[in-house]
Write a protein that binds this ligand. Sequence first.
Ligand SMILES: Nc1ncnc2c1ncn2[C@@H]1O[C@H](COP(=O)(O)OP(=O)(O)OP(=O)(O)O)[C@@H](O)[C@H]1O
Ligand SMILES: [Mg+2]
Length: 203
Amino acid sequence: MQVNPSSVKAESIRVLRTHFVTQHQTLGRRALALCAPAKGAGCTFVAANLAVALAQVGLRTVLIDADINAGGADFPIKFDPSTRGLSDFLRSGDMTISQLTQPAGIENLFVIPCGAPPTRAEELLGKDQFRTLVMTCMRDFDITLIDTPPAGQYADVRRIASIAGYAAIVARKDQTLFKEVKTLTKELTLDRVEVIGAVFNES
Ligand SMILES: Nc1ncnc2c1ncn2[C@@H]1O[C@H](COP(=O)(O)OP(=O)(O)OP(=O)(O)O)[C@@H](O)[C@H]1O
Ligand SMILES: [Mg+2]
């Protein structure tokens, strides 16, 4: 992963992990969608680094790359391009959930890659199989983190977050507007998603 364990950034991720564990996981909540109002806020970066940090303290963690339009381009944990993923699972229906879950090369950390970019992502993520997948992950893992597409670009984020039930919003310094965070919080709340907090990405 990208974080040097002794850097300030790594320290910020550890603080986020502590917050997440004490405020969220100890209450028996098992899933969290990481959401951002617009492209490039660092949603994937935070999701992946938080997943690594949680795995490092012994929590069996699965990170679902649900930004299926992006085809894994910016996803920091790389897999062989032939590895099938979420979109393939939702499209074909011939894969089991255990076939989808890939070890990430770090103890306790597993990833569900996004798979080949689909033509109609919204339709795929709206399928019951997606909900079933998230529910199964919540049963089989201590923590299910879901990386979502930018909210301003696709409606998928609201669907994904409402399945997880809980969301954290990633905002980036000098880039994300406060009103965008407010709007997204309002939309998610309307969808009965509990927004547990915002992560201010200072880099
Ligand atoms: N705190 C950080 N330190 C260093 N690099 C970062 C940090 N946050 C984000 N980046 C880098 O900025 C770029 C955009 O981040 P990322 O892909 O996580 O954003 P995103 O919100 O997921 O974007 P998209 O909406 O396109 O999926 C990536 O190259 C990522 O590695
Ligand atoms: Mg992303």
